[in-house]
Design a protein around this ligand. Sequence first.
Ligand code: ADP
Length: 496
Amino acid sequence: MTITSASTSTSTDSLLIDGRQLIGREWVPSATGRTIDVINPANRELLARIPRSDAADVDAAVEAAEQAFPAWRDTNASVRASIIFRWADLIEQNADELDQLESQEVGRPSWGPSRLPAQLRFIAGQVDKVQGVSLPTYSPDTIGFTLREPYGVVGAIIPWNAPGAMFLNEVGAAIAAGNTIVIKPAEDAPLTPLALAKLALDAGVPAGVINVVTGYGSEAGAAIPAHPRIRRIGFTGSPATGSLIMEACARNLTPLHLELGGKSPQVVFADADLDAAVPAMVAGITLNTGQICAAGSRVVVMRSIHAELVDRLAAEMQKVTVGPWHQPVTMGPLINEKQYDRVLNYIELGKQGGADVVTGGGVPQGDLYGNGFFVQPTLFDNVSPDMRIAQEEIFGPVLSVIAVDTEEEAIAVANGTDYGLVASVWTQDVGIAVRMSRALNAGQVGVNNAIGAGVIGGPFGGYKNSGFGRTMGADSVLNWTQVKTVSMRSATLPQF
Ligand code: ADP
């Protein structure tokens, strides 16, 4: 195998960091010198190697973060904000390169103009607005107020499906609050996070404020929540891993937020504008090859329009073009072999369970697909709510249609999984929209909108097993602070 970034693009070279990770001011290999291959999911060729770190590397990163913390905490908020704004400017100047890097490692076609600079500027704008409150006191010789203070060294573990946005969500908000951070990106897609860390240093974020330790979840990842001097954790990933992280945090009494995926319903009423709904629903389940926690993977439709909707969804899905990211296609491969086997296994489970494959249901054939992890966008009809494909997160381009007869049944089916991340309602009736917005158990509800798109700064997170805590939103920086109440008493009563 050879490093093949040059075969699809030469422009990522300056941001492609090969074989090293960021600890303090140094770009270093792992303490053991071991590495992990990062593979292009479209052809299984080598993109780069990353350090295979473990607890020793995490410990070194915590040391570096501890050393950087006092000065960063005490840097005045205007200066901290301006450094983060400068980081956003550099991300904007390098947006095309970053986009190509992320496309290569995730295997997705370009998402168009990057939202990363705007995402980071939204966070940077909060840095100098971290405020406490003044408190009433029992006596005039006392003044009371709250301070919002950073935790110190914090940790984050992020997945591979949107590494750029995930990295900025956690790192941007954590350092904006004055914390220093140790973050482990996913072993499948660490290159965009490493590139973003490089740009942060270039922008003037002091050494040690951001430390990126790469490696496997069971090694470098597990060492983060287990570390007693990491004071807060942010995790995005699967429920099974989230549960392990929470157990480790419990042992150290470390607070955390968890974002754990979903099985998001798209509830379609008889009066829905299908011209708008159908393309949005198909895009929602095929964008990033369905590997988005917010993907609307269950269509819950009123029986009166069931047949028409299925026909239209199938026709729309057949327009999705599949191939490597640098071809003019709308959908790339899955991220890796594990994910490929998992999605094909769910497709098999759907067939065996008695659901009908309307379109897709397998692997695309042809030279374009070579050795990559490609699957067909797949539409299942006549799915019953208790089937595994209707209950479990597939994390692939697989859409299940469930027909219902009443609004009550629609609510019961939509809410009838362990998850509660996102839900969409398609209707032109404002009464239905209001009732459903309240009735759906999800952290985000979109009306005539898939994946809740179109909102700037909406808090993001789950109900039920989709997790707890919120990222983004007006409180994204406050979430990385702890509150101190100060009461200050004069030695003598004031004389007026
Ligand atoms: P997936 O199976 O889709 O990769 P995970 O939840 O396992 O989803 O992975 C999300 C992130 O969690 C990745 O960065 C991964 O390396 C990390 N991870 C996996 N297992 C553990 C673990 N036991 N402890 C800490 N982090 C982990």
